[in-house]
Design a protein around this ligand. Structure first.
Ligand code: SF4
Length: 230
């Protein structure tokens, strides 16, 4: 089943605490009046410019194997190659905030307005991740019998090479919501997310982060993700 999702601005608006975390200001200490004003201004611009949209399309494990393999550049062993064969179901996804937010961020940086550009970038980045979470929640509602956990996995992370985006885009065709790939496999608009939604029992999403590439990982994002599906 292929589904196009148009999100409301409210659904795309990230919690303020998450934006502060992204800005490295997640401590309980109060933020300055200037930071407060920058966040308020960024939120207002976000409300005015964002056009949050997503696309989800079911994919069989056999078809996904080709997407996953991409151009043969994945790491030797990855979490996803162990996880997806144990899934109950899979769906490819993309979501975007539309061209106007990304263009505005570029414009602010080009004008040397670093502070406003940085805060709007933080709001948009957290929002993009939120859209992926919202698509995962919708997909879970559709396929779940109650005990299903759904997480999204994206090319460019945890050993799944970014070049797999090409196969993912060939299969999903997200041009219909205005997303394309550049030569480096980066999405345009920049504030977009893509990947595969993996539905199955929670234990399939658990692994020890001891892959070769984990030594260089600074985020360890897999840990809170795994905790989120317990
Ligand atoms: S430690 Fe980092 S690179 Fe390794 S699986 Fe977790 S998030 Fe991915």
């Amino acid at each position: 089943m292929r589904e196009r999702v148009v999100f409301s601005i409210g659904e795309a608006m990230p919690p303020r605490g998450d934006v502060l975390d992204r800005m490295g200001m997640g401590s309980p200490a109060p933020v300055s009046t200037r930071t407060d004003a920058l966040i308020e201004a960024a939120v207002a611009e976000f409300e005015r410019l964002a056009e949050p949209t997503g696309l989800v399309d079911d994919v069989t494990a056999e078809a996904f194997a080709l997407v996953y393999a991409g151009e043969g550049r994945n790491s030797h062993e990855t979490p996803l190659e162990r996880i997806y064969p144990r899934a109950d179901s899979l769906a490819l996804f993309v979501a975007t905030l539309g061209a106007r937010v990304s263009a505005r961020i570029t414009e602010l940086f080009a004008a040397d307005d670093m502070a406003r550009g940085y805060v709007l970038d933080a709001v948009a980045s957290v929002s993009s991740d939120l859209l992926a979470d919202r698509l995962a929640a919708r997909y879970r509602e559709r396929v779940s019998d109650g005990g299903t956990a759904v997480l999204g996995y994206s090319p460019g992370y945890c050993g799944w090479h970014i070049s797999a985006q090409r196969k993912l885009f060939e299969r999903l065709g997200p041009g219909e919501i205005g997303i394309s790939l550049n030569e480096s496999c980066l999405m345009q608009p920049l504030k977009s997310v893509s990947g595969v939604l993996v539905a199955g029992a929670a234990p399939i999403h658990r692994f020890r982060p001891e892959f070769s590439f984990c030594a260089n990982c600074t985020t360890r994002q897999c840990l809170p993700r795994m905790r989120s599906v317990r």
